[in-house]
Design a protein around this ligand. Structure first.
Ligand code: SF4
Length: 714
């Protein structure tokens, strides 16, 4: 299966080489203006997607002519009043006055910023600088915290560097064994499946661990259908077998790692029968998987949101890294552990400063040396920079009259759909003194705002993103933005001027100049972009970081010689299986897990507007095993209610024999009463990464209550 869909070519006048606006594969594509004035997407032989695109990519050009595009600022004169069109000066004055009032009454940290994993590196960098230098607030974080945060922490702890894949995709076909844990790339990024298809065609074995029999699992040689929340136990069970059957690489462990003995001791208590009882995966399958991974000359283990979006997300991820290290399958040509990053610029977005604890170049805000380095580039005193602030979930929990944050600037993010426990979040957002949302459409979050600012979209300005491989790529500008639309960077400069901070913040808004400043700020940091330029990216099909000088070739493969600690050795971490915050009980007898579908992306603000995609997946649904549904008297296609301790979502029942009897699956792409995140928890967080437990809630499934039925037929 290639997962690559056909494309009908059209007559074009010119073609611009660029990249898809959606996921972290950042497929290369061309954008062309046809004779009839319509934009269309064309194939491009870029090294990652090799000409393939999924249906989201093929249809992306429809966004460029969307009829409901925002082209004027909108203002709400008072709470409860409708949004009305306004001039930019009025909107920016309103924002600046609001920020001044909030910060003079409640302090600088009372104004917060919320960014997005879809922002370019330039915008993410500018937003982080704006928060620290213009606003002086500690409170900035982004929706990437909901996505890759656990893998980022685990990678840092084990290897010393967080880069989604420490090797290029081109290594996958050569791997004799691949394990994908909790990922469904056949639906989330279909063109990547050509690498796994090639791997299997070369005689390699593919294993998928997932509670659902997804299209990715169906493409595998072995599917481990574990119970939600048991990922670490599964990894420990495989490690138990690897130790017992002498599959571990003792020479590698001795030469290149620290801390194995404690991990080995813990794994000894995860014998296969016990792990079968915890995970529901037959011991024979665990044995088979351990032997496939351990006996292969080259093995790649890939983590995704399944194990990561849990209250034990970091430990789950470290458990699989431990397995890779014990087998000697990390830091070697053809082998490694990596994370399948989800959001378009989820990687770059967490490197350059929009994360609560970070400065550009993956520097640490709490590190005195890092503060001096970045403050020097910014021309400010190191002591003027705030210390790390609240993580995304904690920041959102502090909003409004009951919290410490009274104003929020949201850029290209839609937390009303994508954040956990959205009913409570709506209430908090509505009680803010000032909510500003910059977006291309009137998203669910923008509908609640006091001020909405219309911004450029992906093809209307150039900028870099960093794909799941750590390859920095360039999105080229293909068209002018509609009149009335500004770039994010122009907005930040204009606000800095109004707030009297332009001398500190600067007046740079051009992407290339911003990128050059980012390069200087990242120089010497972990994610060193100093040697990467727009010209090099265009000439070389992207450049891998770290790349400390223009003479440096970039670093496609990390850790081949040493891991990124002073002693060059990777770290094992002694982790155990831990129970999720909620498990099924009498009132809530099912596991609820959330995720994505092929035709939609994130909160659906973009893909929900594209007719082909909306037709393919038009509404929210709950996937349920037919035997489970029939015991509840629920028919296929019937409207039902899914309820957790947070609230009730109204969804269409969709039968599937590919899900466990005890598990429900709800995709999170829709707002309203079908929003999956009505159901998820904002308090069950991983203690280190602070990622919410999107993958597990205890839930019940019922026919609609009488009131809901009447509402729907009224
Ligand atoms: Fe490629 Fe992802 Fe875009 Fe699909 S959504 S075309 S996989 S970048």
């Amino acid at each position: 299966m290639s997962g690559v869909e056909p494309f009908a070519a059209t007559t074009v006048e010119a073609a611009v080489e660029t990249h898809c606006p959606y996921c972290a594969l950042q497929c290369g594509m061309t954008l062309s203006l046809g004779e009839k004035g319509a934009w269309s997407v064309g194939a491009r032989d870029f090294p990652t997607n090799k000409g393939g695109l999924c249906r989201k990519g093929w249809t992306a050009a429809a966004l460029l002519d969307a009829p409901d595009r925002l082209t004027s600022p909108l203002i709400r004169d008072r709470k409860g009043a409708p949004l009305r069109a306004a001039h930019w000066d009025e909107a920016l004055d309103r924002i600046a006055n609001g920020i001044r009032a909030i910060q003079s009454s409640h302090g600088r940290d009372a104004m917060a910023v919320f960014g997005g994993g879809g922002l370019t590196n330039e915008t993410a960098y500018a937003l982080g600088k704006f928060a620290r230098v213009t606003l002086g607030t500690a409170n900035i974080d982004y929706n990437g915290r909901f996505c890759m945060a656990s893998a980022a922490v685990a990678g840092l702890r084990a290897f010393g560097i967080d880069r989604g894949l420490p090797f290029p995709l081109e290594d996958i076909p050569g791997a004799q064994a691949v394990l994908i844990v909790g990922g469904n790339p056949a639906e989330t990024m279909p063109p990547i499946m050509q690498y796994f298809d090639a791997q299997r065609a070369n005689g390699g074995r593919l294993i998928v661990a997932d509670p659902r029999r997804t299209p990715t699992a169906e493409a595998a040689d072995l599917h481990l259908q574990l119970a939600p929340g048991t990922d670490a136990a599964l990894a420990l069970g495989m490690l138990n077998i690897a130790v017992r059957d002498s599959l571990v690489d003792t020479d590698f462990i001795a030469a290149r790692t620290n801390g194995f003995e404690e991990v080995r001791r813990i794994a000894a208590s995860y014998w296969p029968d016990r792990v079968e009882r915890i995970t529901g995966v037959p011991a024979a399958q665990i044995y088979k998987a351990a032997h496939i991974l351990g006996e292969a000359a080259t093995t790649i283990i890939l983590s995704a949101r399944g194990p990561e979006q849990q209250s034990h997300g970091v430990d789950n991820t470290l458990a699989f890294i431990n397995l890779a290290l014990a087998l000697g399958k990390a830091g070697r040509q053809g082998s490694g552990w990596g994370c399948l990053t989800g959001q378009g610029n989820g990687q770059g977005g967490r490197e350059h400063g929009q994360k609560a604890d970070q400065l550009p170049g993956y520097r640490k805000l709490a590190d005195p040396v890092d503060r001096v380095a970045v403050a020097g580039v910014w021309g400010v005193e190191p002591d003027s920079l705030p210390m790390p602030g609240l993580s995304a979930s904690e920041l959102l929990a502090e909003l409004g009259v009951a919290g410490t944050i009274h104003g929020l600037l949201v850029m290209a993010s839609n937390p009303v759909v994508s954040a956990p426990d959205t009913d409570r979040l709506r209430e908090r957002l509505a009680s803010l003194d000032l909510l500003v949302v910059a977006d291309i459409f009137l998203s669910d979050t923008a509908e609640l705002a006091d001020v909405v600012l219309p911004i450029t979209q992906w093809a209307e300005e150039c900028g870099t993103t960093t794909n799941l491989e750590g390859r920095v790529i360039l999105r080229q500008k293909a068209k002018e933005a509609p009149p009335g639309v500004w770039t994010d960077a122009e907005i930040l400069v204009a606000l800095a001027e109004r707030l009297g901070a332009a001398d500190r913040y600067g007046r740079v808004s051009a992407p290339r100049a911003t990128f050059d400043e980012l390069r200087r700020a990242s120089a010497g940091g972990t994610a060193d972009y100093a040697g990467i330029s727009y010209d090099r990216i265009a000439a070389e099909d992207g450049v891998f970081w770290p790349c400390p000088s223009e003479a440096h070739p970039g670093t496609a493969r990390l850790f081949l010689d040493q891991f990124a600690f002073p002693d060059g050795r990777a770290r094992f971490h002694p982790v155990r299986h831990g129970e999720p915050a909620e498990t099924p009980c009498a009132d809530y007898p099912f596991y609820l897990t959330t995720g994505r579908v092929l035709a939609q992306y994130q909160s659906g603000t973009q893909t929900g507007r594209i007719a082909d995609l909306a037709a393919a997946d038009p509404e929210a649904f709950v996937e349920v095993h037919p035997e489970t549904a029939r015991t509840l008297g629920i028919a296929h296609d019937e409207m039902v209610e899914v309820t957790t301790r947070r609230g009730t979502a109204e969804l269409r029942a969709r039968y599937s024999r590919k899900i466990r009897l005890d598990t429900l699956f709800v995709p999170f792409h829709w707002g309203g009463r079908g929003n999956a995140n009505i159901l998820t928890s904002n308090t069950a967080l991983d203690p280190v990464s602070r990622i919410p437990e999107f993958k597990i809630s205890a839930a019940r499934l019922t026919k609609p209550s009488r009131s809901v039925s009447l509402e729907r037929t009224a």
